[in-house]
Design a protein around this ligand. Structure first.
Ligand SMILES: Nc1ncnc2c1ncn2[C@@H]1O[C@H](COP(=O)(O)OP(=O)(O)OP(=O)(O)O)[C@@H](O)[C@H]1O
Ligand SMILES: [Mg+2]
Length: 451
């Protein structure tokens, strides 16, 4: 490619970023730059209008609230004067009505604050036709860990990546389900093709179908142009259905059909189009239990769960904590352009004792906070601010009650929790508590816990 051609190509991949907060402009600018896209920034509606007149853009990202007007006005202006320019809005956290208004006014998508960079990248990728090949994707992290549990997960990921079978990834929150899904995509034959991650729980029910399957122009009020859905965006690649348990039942039926037929019909269309996507799904919930409760369709469950990969909790691979912590600190230091601090021995001990209910993500957050607060040259136990695990219930402390009463209460609480977790399956509850079924029945009788 000649320098001239390169420049033209770049000019055809400029993004207009409109936000009055300099920090957000900078964050978006940096993220876009890493994806090989140049950004022009505007802080006001007036500036944005001017830049739209002068420049040629492939995408516009705008905040909803601007000092001299509403982002919605910009969406309308673009829909009117630059109908081919996709525009996405950034809305305040939880203001769904705003997002819906923007979509109706012609925005092609929205992001809610605080902006998740992963979502931003997925949005940009689906809006801008980025060249195939790894360079557009943020490099996926390595799945670290030498423990048996993590090694097993890693080798399973490697083995299933080459197949086309649907994979269901389970595991607690923050234990690397999305990372596993990305690795499956990258190690498989679809690398270089799109990886589209969808948080099934984040899409308003009314929009689910059009988001997944796309819509034809005029399919509903506000559908001013034809739009592709996630399936078309992921065509040839992988569609990652995150938090799949949150899909409304009605949508589950439609999803099952598309997976079986490998064809989608846009909302408002009369014919179907073929799609070729590999489905990887994930949830932190017990999907089988939801099936039993009638909250998740069994037929869809069997379709999605052809192969299950269970990502271990951090508690199951405690021996990996030092390695993980060291890598996280090195990465954070690299991003901040500083020398990585040491991790003091007492900090390692504290991390080894802490249960990390939020798993690797919590470890990352806790180290990030520690590095921000760091006073010396090494991260100490104090810097970590690991709170002792709090108990779910407000149990009386020993001493407030006679010993026997206190013990009975604790026992009752433990049994009730185990029963709840196992949906009142006493055999399973007994196993969870580490007692025999007979012993559990005896204890329940003694404590007056009827069926
Ligand atoms: N074994 C690992 N090695 C390195 N990084 C990891 C590992 N496991 C998780 N991480 C990192 O921890 C963070 C959380 O992981 P991820 O987002 O994949 O979790 P998740 O299971 O999808 O969480 P949630 O249920 O909350 O969506 C990410 O930054 C991820 O890269
Ligand atoms: Mg996730």
């Amino acid at each position: 490619m000649t320098p001239r051609e390169t420049r033209d190509k770049e000019a055809s991949r400029r993004v207009l970023v409109v936000d009055d907060e300099a920090d957000i402009r900078e964050l978006l600018d940096m993220t876009l730059a890493r994806m090989g896209l140049a950004a022009d920034c505007a802080g006001t509606l007036a500036e944005a209008r001017q830049q739209l007149e002068q420049g040629h853009y492939t995408l516009c990202l705008t905040d909803m609230r601007l000092p001299d007007g509403e982002g919605l006005d910009l969406v309308r202006l673009i829909a009117d004067r630059h109908p081919h320019l996709p525009v996405a809005v950034i809305t305040a956290h939880g203001s769904l009505e705003n997002a819906v208004c923007a979509l109706k006014a012609g925005a092609f998508d929205y992001l809610s604050k605080p902006v998740s960079l992963d979502q931003l990248r997925a949005l940009v990728r689906s809006a801008v036709d980025l060249p195939a090949g790894g360079e557009a994707m943020a490099p996926t992290k390595v799945l670290l860990g030498d423990s048996a549990a993590l090694s097993q997960a890693r080798s399973l990921i490697d083995r299933v990546a080459r197949s086309q079978a649907p994979i269901h990834v389970t595991g607690e929150s923050g234990c690397g389900k999305e990372l596993a899904a990305r690795l499956i995509h990258e190690k498989g034959t679809r690398v270089g093709k799109p990886f589209v991650a969808v948080n099934c729980g984040a899409i308003p029910e009314a929009l689910v179908e059009s988001e997944f399957f796309g819509y034809r122009k005029g399919a509903f009020t506000g559908a001013d142009t034809e739009r592709d859905g996630f399936f078309q965006a992921a065509n040839g690649g992988t569609l990652f259905l995150d938090e799949v348990a949150d899909l409304p039942l009605g949508m589950q039926v439609k999803l099952l059909r598309v997976i079986q037929e490998k064809r989608v019909r846009k909302v408002g269309a009369t014919s179907e189009e073929p799609v070729d996507v590999r489905i990887v799904s994930a949830t932190h919930q017990d999907l089988k239990a939801l099936v039993d409760q009638g909250r998740f369709r069994q037929d869809l469950f069997y379709r999605l769960n052809v192969i299950e990969i269970r990502m271990p909790s951090l508690r199951e691979c405690r021996e990996d904590i030092p390695l993980l912590a060291k890598n996280i600190v090195a990465r954070l230091a690299g991003e901040a352009g500083i020398e990585p601090p040491e991790i003091a021995a007492d900090a390692l001990v504290a991390m080894g004792d802490y249960p990390f209910p939020g798993n690797v993500r919590e470890l990352e957050n806790c180290l990030e906070r520690a590095m921000a607060l760091l006073s010396g040259t090494s991260i100490t136990r104090e810097d970590l601010q690991l709170n002792p695990p709090c108990h779910v219930m407000d149990a009386p402390s020993p001493g407030q009650l006679p010993l026997q009463e206190y013990l009975d209460q604790a026992e009752r609480q433990a049994i009730l929790e185990a029963l709840q977790k196992t949906r009142y399956n006493r055999t399973a509850a007994a196993r969870l508590l580490g007692v025999t079924f007979r012993s559990l029945r005896y204890r329940m009788e003694r404590l007056g816990l009827k069926d």
